[in-house]
Structure formats: structure tokens, C-alpha cells
Design a protein around this ligand. Structure first.
Ligand code: GLN
Length: 511
């Protein structure tokens, strides 16, 4: 095994371990055996995947990019990895990341900074799943798993020219994924094309009883049926108004007729780089030319989403990280019996990096009795408002928030529709993934932590709401291109909860 002191480097530092010994899958549960038969043959492109190093794998370390777990070997494997393995996929390596997923540029890793594979000087690869993105971008694998709590799959995809998909919360099992902020953590998929994302999602989307937030097949089906009948009702209503919506089929795959795309006005911020604004506008124009209707929408609470995220995520993180004390978990630093009186402080002081310490301080403060009302509880309220903003503008109601809090069972779907807070407006939302093109690592060294946090302004709202989103690369017109920066910008398509496959389908049509 590679020691922490001698990490394997590939010039880009995308991997923490490449020496993964893929264990044989010897015993399958009856469900796994059925799934294996049903899903044969293995789709090409999924033979080898890279896995972010905060997702537990057998046969390699799982370090979370942290000094405190630099030697850690998990005794079990994450469900998401196992479900890929039972179909014959091997893990080709464990990818570098911001420590415990905290960061936006993959610069906060015990194993060093990840470098963007684009042929420009020293650009940030985005974070925290920067290693996964660079592994794909540099052709070392065709699909990589990352985690996305507030944008960590979408931002690296946007900075490296890839597709990065964050599923609805609960769609991919989190069992075996080292938690950062449990209420927002998701496993995401990065690939160079959207078809690979669909295939990978198909492999990993399954109910996992080990993850209490995993959507059961029954619930998934019920949500799907509710969504379909809501869609049908909506199509009938539109037809009555002469605003027919044709279903998108394989044959009509250039036809976006009747699809309503929301453009959130609040995302057109002053800090948005001109090239990105132009790419956004071009993207909307091309959709319009193909029949889509562009609808300006308002998400008024977006402006508070970032602050709410940076209260809630560190609060959850501070509580999650309390267990790394050198006694229960973590590389022990200090005398085992603690008689030197510094076991905790040395273990945590030397084991965690600066950004993680900052989050622990932030989270511990906002959860403290003097601050909890003004920070943590307020942020929870803002989170509800952000969720309501989305529910108000999507044409389809949120299947998780029916009008009444009890199980609707077979009750008329029209009751469900009453959770809508406003008129039916849009099927999807399109906005940039980030307000700027990737900064250089030198620029970053001059930024404050808050400057770094600002970068997540467009990705955190979907995370707070638990809804699916995908970042796709879109060309920037030549006159707006900036020297030394990529000629594409990440555009984000956001859908209503549980519309993951539809979101991918519309992306396939779009690209
Ligand atoms: N950049 C965000 C943060 O640091 C998001 C990280 C993530 O999605 N894991 O919290």
C-alpha cells in the first residue's frame, strides 16, 4: 500500500490510491443475484470507475483527503460501490478531494492540490470532487463517482468541461459514504457524456435498507406514478389551452416543443462573468429555436441560500467530525492512555487541515446555546423557503411534500396538486453552474475563505432543496473568450424532486 508520505502522483494529483485490490464478489444476496441477471450485459464504459476517496472501498484506503484518516482502511464497502462491482465494474483508483468534501477547488487535501487537466496555466479543477473530474478529463477512466453536498460534483464538472450529475436526495445510497452534511450529502456521477451518466445511474439507483434516507422501490414507483399522472393532467390542461406539449421520444430528439424552461432572474448577478452570461443566453436561444418556451421565473430566497448553506453544512460537519479523537476514530497522536493530557488536541490539531478546523469552529458556534436561535434555526427556516421557491415554480408538484402530511395512498392526485404554491410555470430551470470561469491557483491563494464560499452561490440552492441537477459544458462565443481560460462554461439544469431520469433525458436531447 502507498503510504501517506508517498502519495502516487500522476502530475495532476487526481488520485490518492491507484493500488486498489478489487475483491472478488463471492456471495450475492438473492436481490443482488436477480439484479445481476436483469442488468446484463455490462455496459461498456463502466468496466473501470474512479471513486472519490470519501466513499468506502475494500482493497484500498479511504482517507477522505485527511491526515486524520491517512492510513484508514474501511472494513466494509459503500453500497454504491458494491452495486457497481456486482455487475463487473472494478474500482481503478481512489480520487483526491478537499478534506472531507469541504472546499470548492480541491486545494484543501492532505495529499496536495489537484491540477486541472486543461491546457491552461494552473487552473482550479473545482472541488471538492476535483480528483474525480480530473481522472475523467485526463482519460484515466470514463466515469467517476463523487459526492455533492453543495456543488462538489457540478462545480468540478463545470471547470473541467465534463458532465456532473447530482441526483435527488435519497436516490443513490449514502451507506459507506463518509458524511459531511448528512441532510444534503448525495453521491454524484461525473462523465464526459450524458449517456454514461444515465447508464451509471441505472446501475446504482436502487433501494438500500442500510441507508434510512434511501427511497424504497415502492416509494420511487409511487412518486414516479404521481409525477406521471400530474404530467398527464398538465398536458391535458395545456392542450385545452392550445399549448400542447409533445412527449420527447427517441425519434423526435431534436424537438423541444412545449418544454418550458425557467430562467431565474435572481441568478443574473452583477458578478456573473460576461462570457458565462453570453453562454447562458445562447443556450436559452438555442432551446427556444428548438421549440422550448423560455419563462422568466423568480426564486426570491436564492440570495439567502448561500448563507443558510454555510451555517447548516458546517453545523452538521462539526457534529460528524467529533468522533475523530484518536480514541474512537482517527490516527492517534499523543499517548494512548492520554496521560500527557494532549491526546485530543494533538490528534485533532495535527490531523485536521485549516479549512476543516474553520468549519468545526463555525459549526460549533452556530450550534451553541447563545447562537443557535439566530443562526442554525434561522438557516433551517431559510432552507424551507428555498424549497418552497422551487415548488412554487415547477409545473409538477413535489412528490415529497403533499398537501397533507399523511400517506396519500391511492387518494386522488388532485390533492397532491394542491401543494403547489403558485401557477404551473416550468419543467426545468437553466442557470450557470458558477458565476466565474475557473480561477488560477495563484488567484485562489489571494482569496479569503468567504470568496471561496461565494463560488457555490448557484449550486447550493438545489442542494438545500434536495432536487436533481446536472452541469453540462456549453461553448462561450469567441468574442467573449478570455485568454488563458476555457472556452466553455458550465450550465446547470435543475428539475423537480425525483425527476432524475427525465432530467437526464432532456439533457441528452439538449446536447
Ligand atoms: N464547496 C462546498 C463546501 O465546501 C460544497 C462541498 C460539497 O459539495 N461537498 O461546503
Amino acid at each position: 500500500c502507498t503510504t501517506a508520505e508517498q502519495p502516487i502522483r500522476d502530475g495532476l494529483n487526481a488520485f490518492i490510491s491507484k493500488d486498489v485490490v478489487n475483491p472478488d464478489i463471492t456471495s450475492l444476496s438473492p436481490e443482488e443475484a436477480i439484479a445481476r441477471v436483469e442488468n446484463q450485459p455490462l455496459h461498456s464504459g463502466l468496466r473501470n470507475i474512479a471513486v472519490k476517496d470519501n466513499i468506502a472501498t475494500l482493497g484500498s484506503r479511504t482517507t477522505c483527503g485527511s491526515g486524520i484518516l491517512r492510513e484508514h482502511r474501511s472494513p466494509f464497502e459503500a453500497s454504491v460501490v458494491r452495486s457497481l462491482r456486482i455487475h463487473g465494474t472494478s474500482v481503478s483508483g481512489k480520487t483526491n478531494l478537499d478534506e472531507f468534501g469541504m472546499g470548492s477547488h480541491s486545494t484543501h487535501s492532505f495529499f496536495g492540490t489537484v491540477h486541472n487537466a486543461l491546457p491552461f496555466e494552473n487552473l482550479s479543477p473545482g472541488g471538492s470532487s476535483g480528483g474525480s473530474a480530473v481522472a475523467v478529463a485526463s482519460g484515466q477512466c470514463s466515469v467517476a463517482l463523487g459526492t455533492d453536498t453543495g456543488g462538489s460534483v457540478r462545480l468540478p464538472a463545470a471547470y473541467t468541461g465534463l458532465f456532473g450529475f447530482k441526483p435527488s436526495y435519497g436516490v443513490i445510497s449514502r451507506w459507506g459514504v463518509v458524511p459531511y452534511a448528512n441532510s444534503m450529502d448525495t453521491v454524484g456521477i461525473i462523465a464526459s457524456n450524458v449517456i454514461a451518466i444515465r447508464k451509471a445511474l441505472f446501475r446504482v439507483r436502487q433501494y438500500d435498507p442500510k441507508d434510512p434516507t434511501s427511497l424504497s422501490d415502492r416509494t420511487w414507483k409511487r412518486l414516479d406514478n404521481r409525477r406521471k399522472s400530474a404530467e398527464k393532467r398538465e398536458a391535458t390542461a395545456r392542450a385545452e389551452n392550445g399549448d400542447e406539449k409533445r412527449p420527447i421520444t427517441e425519434e423526435q430528439n431534436i424537438d423541444m416543443f412545449g418544454v418550458r424552461i425557467g430562467v431565474p432572474l435572481e441568478y443574473n448577478i452583477a458578478e456573473l462573468e460576461p462570457g458565462i452570461r453570453q453562454a447562458w443566453s445562447d443556450c436559452l436561444m438555442s432551446l427556444q429555436a428548438r421549440g422550448a418556451t423560455i419563462v422568466p421565473v423568480s426564486l426570491p430566497n436564492t440570495k439567502h441560500a448561500l448563507s443558510a448553506y454555510y451555517i447548516l453544512a458546517p453545523a452538521e460537519a462539526a457534529s460528524n467530525l467529533a468522533k475523530y479523537d484518536g480514541v474512537r476514530y482517527g490516527n492517534r497522536d499523543g499517548l494512548a492512555d492520554g496521560i500527557d493530557g494532549v491526546l485530543y488536541s494533538r490528534t485533532r490539531g495535527n490531523g485536521f487541515g485549516d479549512e476543516v478546523k474553520r468549519r468545526i469552529l463555525l459549526g460549533s458556534y452556530t450550534l451553541s446555546s447563545e447562537a443557535v436561535d439566530n443562526y442554525f434555526l434561522k438557516a433551517q427556516k431559510v432552507r424551507r423557503l428555498v424549497q418552497r421557491d422551487f415548488d412554487r415554480i415547477f409545473a409538477i408538484p413535489n412528490p415529497l411534500r403533499p398537501a397533507q402530511q399523511f400517506d396519500l395512498g391511492d387518494i386522488d392526485e388532485s390533492i397532491l396538486m394542491s401543494n403547489k404554491l403558485g401557477p404551473n410555470q416550468v419543467d426545468y430551470i437553466i442557470c450557470p453552474t458558477a458565476p466565474t470561469l475557473p480561477p488560477t491557483l495563484d488567484d485562489l491563494s489571494k482569496q479569503t475563505p468567504v470568496d471561496n464560499y461565494m463560488n457555490d452561490v448557484f449550486t447550493v440552492p438545489a442542494s438545500l432543496a434536495g432536487i436533481p441537477a446536472i452541469s453540462i459544458p456549453f461553448p462561450i462565443p469567441e468574442t467573449f473568450c478570455v485568454e488563458g481560460k476555457p472556452t466553455f462554461a458550465g450550465m446547470q439544469i435543475i428539475g423537480q424532486y425525483a425527476s432524475d431520469y427525465e432530467l437526464i433525458k432532456i439533457t441528452e436531447v439538449l446536447v
